[in-house]
Design a protein around this ligand. Structure first.
Ligand SMILES: C[S@@+](CC[C@H](N)C(=O)[O-])C[C@H]1O[C@@H](n2cnc3c(N)ncnc32)[C@H](O)[C@@H]1O
Length: 378
């Protein structure tokens, strides 16, 4: 059984998206869909799925210690002692308040090396005033499990990653999703499944990445690019070149400059004064849709407000022409527009080495497509 958590909170959008791919899902809880995945064909990109729980089984336990013992037995029986694994325990009941990642945290994401790509981003299950109703129980279960592992399986405990990390083919993932204090779903995905499913699976509980906040950024939109990088598992790097379409007031340009990239920013309106004066930023006043780069760049980032058809066409054009090695583009949607993403799903894959399509936590009324463009013609 494959469980999918809906990015929209309710079932209907994701149910429709699955139906358009010929997949029939049942509701397992509000915002949680269950389906039997097709055997041979890989799962499609699902813009409205936030997290997948492969091989999920319904389980119940009456107490914290019973949950921990049940987890211990399952983990021991399914995971090898010598390989890295990640553990996500989250509650799917009660009220979830918005999580934010502070400026210091996200700047630390920008400065660490490749092996620390997710450092600084705290998981939503962290305790504190914003924690959801079941988060405390999840913390207790996790701590009880760690105690048992310390006693009985130190080698396995050593392999447990302490921070969310991009999945490598060696990583396994254990997810416990509580639907009430004593009931839930357990998913154990031995390596290399989490890496193979990474389009639908991120190393954050419930697929929720805390929204970055930074008062120095020109707009809150900067958080979308930070989150897209985290989901992609790849960041804009120092010395890279970047075209930012629909750049004003400059949140995405600001992120790219924080990373040490040079930016060519296109908009009809200027960016914030400090970015306009920045020698690492070239501003072009003009139309995002007719702009063509003089030479290929490392990144296309684009956050233009436009009809979804136009943004889809822009993505396909840049990928076909191989004008950028990587791209991050938001596609603004209203209710009922999701079918307009189907063209992207059909026509984009031949041009991409790897690509993702999702609703970001930083903005729920648009989809975001990102990935790396194939370097040679399909
Ligand atoms: C959501 S804002 C971008 C926010 C920006 N990413 C940030 O982080 O600050 C959308 C921008 O797209 C620009 N825009 C809309 N249509 C455009 C077009 N055809 N050509 C250039 N810019 C356009 C608007 O002027 C606006 O500044």
């Amino acid at each position: 059984m494959l469980l999918l958590l809906s990015a929209a909170g309710d079932d209907s959008g994701l149910t429709d998206e699955l139906l358009r791919h010929g997949l029939n899902a049942q509701s397992a809880a509000p915002g949680l869909l269950a389906l039997e995945p097709p055997d041979a064909t890989p799962l499609p990109a699902l813009a409205l799925a936030r997290q997948a729980l492969p091989g999920a089984q319904a389980i119940s336990a009456p107490s914290i210690n019973a949950w921990a013992r049940l987890l211990l037995d399952s983990v021991i029986s399914r995971l090898p002692d010598e390989q890295p694994w990640q553990l996500q325990i989250a509650a799917h009941y009660g009220v979830q308040k918005e999580q934010r990642m502070g400026a210091r945290a996200w700047h630390s994401v920008t400065r660490h090396g490749d092996d620390a790509r997710f450092q600084g981003a705290s998981a939503p299950s962290a305790s504190g005033p914003d924690a959801d109703a079941g988060a405390h129980r999840c913390d207790l279960i996790r701590n009880a499990l760690l105690e048992l592992l310390k006693d009985k399986r130190r080698r396995l405990l050593k392999q447990l990653r302490s921070e969310p990390e991009p999945f490598t083919p060696a990583d396994s993932l254990v997810q416990l999703l509580l639907t009430s204090p004593d009931q839930g779903w357990l998913s154990i995905a031995p390596a290399p499944e989490p890496h193979a499913l990474r389009r639908l699976l991120v190393p954050f509980p419930k697929g929720e990445i805390p929204v970055a906040s930074d008062k120095a950024a020109p707009s809150r939109a900067f958080a979308k690019l930070v989150e897209a990088e985290l989901r992609f598992g790849r960041r804009i790097a120092p010395g890279e070149t970047c075209v930012d379409l629909g750049a004003s007031p400059g949140g995405w340009t600001y992120v790219a400059r924080q990373r040490g990239a040079r930016v060519l920013a296109v908009d009809r309106s200027p960016l914030r004064d400090d970015l306009m004066a920045d020698p690492g930023v070239t501003f072009v006043r003009g139309d995002a849709f007719s702009y063509e780069p003089a030479q290929p760049v490392d990144w296309l980032v684009c956050d233009v407000i436009a009809a979804p058809e136009r943004s889809v066409e822009l993505v396909l054009r840049w990928a076909r022409q191989r004008w950028a090695r990587n791209l991050v583009v938001t596609i603004k949607l209203r209710g009922g527009d999701h079918a307009k993403l189907d063209r992207l799903k059909q026509e984009l894959p031949p041009f991409m080495d790897e690509w993702f399509l999702t609703h970001l936590c930083a903005n729920k009324h648009e989809a975001c497509v990102f990935g790396s463009v194939r370097s040679s013609a399909p």
